[in-house]
Write a protein that binds this ligand. Structure first.
Ligand SMILES: Nc1ncnc2c1ncn2[C@@H]1O[C@H](COP(=O)(O)OP(=O)(O)O)[C@@H](O)[C@H]1O
Ligand SMILES: [Mg+2]
Length: 245
């Protein structure tokens, strides 16, 4: 469904991505894990059209999308839950959800999706008139996911959904994500700093460090975490136990 080939992205003279390639099949949950500064957010911002790659291609359903405007990428069915959620705290829960459907014109469908989001997240229905800033961190994450769903996506990227949340809440967020794949057939690309929770949910796992994919494979094959750990931190060949970050 989504294919990234030899992607290079630069911020001025700093190269953030050095030729990464990855594939997400329709209906799967793919996960990219890597330490802070690895290039995870840069990858997602390139998919959503916020950043333009210096080299390489991104295709969605076989169509090249790099260089496409952000609104057009959204219209193609790609939606993003950004790092740090970016909730409009002064707007109500309902208004935040409306931001998600702002690019759409199909009023009846928008109404249906709105209903569906409130069914998925009853708490958002209960709080719909309240300022979003009053929600807890976990509820704000649900709102950010709900807002992304209001674009009616087929493919969703989520940047560090567990950031700053208690483990129990993280479990709830992941239950929701797995449910969205099961019940709506949504394809998901999740990026996380910690591999543990993501490994359990993902079908495919990529480890990104220093702008390069160090390891990828079926999550089931990487469950014991040893290989992932090595790829994540990087080991010198001569000193197996030495970490060189
Ligand atoms: N707006 C920016 N301007 C300059 N450098 C940036 C910018 N955003 C990110 N970077 C740099 O690009 C690299 C990758 O960052 P990022 O994609 O945010 O990593 P991650 O999401 O994995 O923490 C880092 O070295 C970071 O400092
Ligand atoms: Mg990031």
């Amino acid at each position: 469904m989504l294919e990234i080939t030899d992607l290079h992205v630069r911020y001025g003279r700093l190269t953030a991505l050095r030729g990464i390639s990855l594939t997400v099949q329709e209906g799967e949950i793919a996960c990219v894990v890597g330490p802070n500064g690895a290039g995870k957010s840069t990858t997602l911002l390139s998919i959503s059209g916020v950043l333009s790659p210096a080299e390489g291609t991104i295709t969605f359903d076989g169509q090249t999308i790099n260089g496409t405007r952000v609104e057009d990428v959204a219209r193609m069915g790609i939606s993003q839950v950004p790092e740090g959620r970016h909730i409009f705290t002064g707007l109500s829960v309902e208004e935040n959800l409306q931001v998600g459907s702002a690019v759409r014109k199909d009023k009846d469908e928008i109404r249906k999706d709105f209903k569906r989001v409130l069914e998925t997240f009853p708490i958002l229905g209960e709080r719909r008139k309240q300022p979003a800033g009053k929600l807890s961190g976990g509820e704000q994450q649900m709102l950010a996911i709900g807002r992304a769903l209001m674009t009616n996506p087929r493919f969703m990227t989520i940047d560090e959904p567990s950031l700053g949340l208690a483990p129990k809440i993280v479990d709830r967020v992941y239950e929701v994500l797995i449910d969205l794949r099961e019940k709506r057939g949504l394809t998901l690309l999740i990026v996380e700093q910690s591999s543990e929770r993501a490994l359990k949910a993902a079908d495919t796992m990529y480890v990104l460090r220093n702008g390069e994919i160090q390891l990828h494979g079926k999550a089931a094959d990487l469950q014991d975490g040893v290989e992932v750990h090595k790829a994540y931190f990087g080991f010198t060949e001569d000193h197996e136990n030495e970490v060189m970050i």
